[in-house]
Design a protein around this ligand. Structure first.
Ligand SMILES: Nc1ncnc2c1ncn2[C@@H]1O[C@H](COP(=O)(O)OP(=O)(O)O)[C@@H](O)[C@H]1O
Ligand SMILES: [Mg+2]
Length: 219
């Protein structure tokens, strides 16, 4: 079976000349859950964005769901099947209310206003934040923003998750809630996290990213 996500010889230098990735290879198949660690600024978030075609000027190959993504159209199609939780929730919440943020994906998928509202409210309820539906993103606490961001991707029923330091703002209780939710979903994922407990709870294979290269580490 072909991997769901495959990177072949990805190489990327920032416009300022800083090397971000140098011949990165990675394959994520159905059922696989991998973690990526690495020091601040080593390029982990950029690497996740490269997987979705959100960075220009990348050399090498990205394959999503078996298809080579060499155009914005190919990436755009695949992106609808991948749930990316950005490191900064403010990159994910940009509508006047949380309800509108969560409706945004389903509306883009072609659901009616009524259907999108129903899906969004149900997802918010499942995450225990139904009461935040009419709140404004920038008024929420860090943890509430994180759960609301999670709602914006889960409402679209993703087939693969890319999670970028997802529990940074969560207290112990919400961190456990997050772990329970992600474990229950049981989706293939790439998790970037400095939290060893989280990596152990959610993933079975671990890579370290350093000097633009990914190397497998043992857990
Ligand atoms: N838009 C940008 N323009 C220029 N440099 C950037 C930009 N975004 C990030 N960087 C730099 O690229 C490096 C890698 O960033 P990032 O992928 O965010 O690392 P990590 O997620 O591992 O902490 C950092 O040194 C960061 O300052
Ligand atoms: Mg980062």
């Amino acid at each position: 079976m072909k991997p769901l996500l495959e990177l072949k010889q990805l190489t990327y230098k920032r416009p300022n000349g800083k090397l971000c990735a140098q011949g990165v290879n990675l394959a994520l198949s159905a059922g696989q859950k991998v973690a990526i660690t690495g020091s601040n600024g080593c390029g982990k978030s950029t690497l996740l964005m490269m997987m979705l075609g959100l960075i220009d000027g990348v050399d090498g190959e990205v394959r999503l769901f078996g298809q080579r993504c060499d155009s914005e159209a190919a990436f755009a199609h695949a992106r609808t099947r991948i749930g990316m939780l950005f490191q900064d929730p403010d990159d994910q919440l940009f509508c006047p209310t949380i309800l509108e943020d969560v409706c945004f994906g389903p509306l883009n998928q072609g659901y009616s206003n009524q259907e999108a509202n129903k899906m969004a409210l149900q997802t918010l309820d499942e995450l225990g934040i139904g009461h935040l539906a009419q709140s404004v993103g920038y008024h929420l606490s860090g943890g509430e923003k994180r759960l609301a961001s999670l709602a914006t991707i889960l409402v679209m029923k993703p087939e693969v998750l890319l999670l970028d330091e997802p529990t940074n703002d969560l207290d112990e209780e919400n961190c456990q809630l997050f772990i329970d939710i992600i474990q229950r979903l049981d989706l293939p994922m790439v998790l970037v996290s400095h939290d060893e407990q989280l990596r152990r709870a959610l993933t079975t294979r671990e890579y370290h990213f350093k000097d633009g290269k990914l190397s497998l580490t043992t857990i």
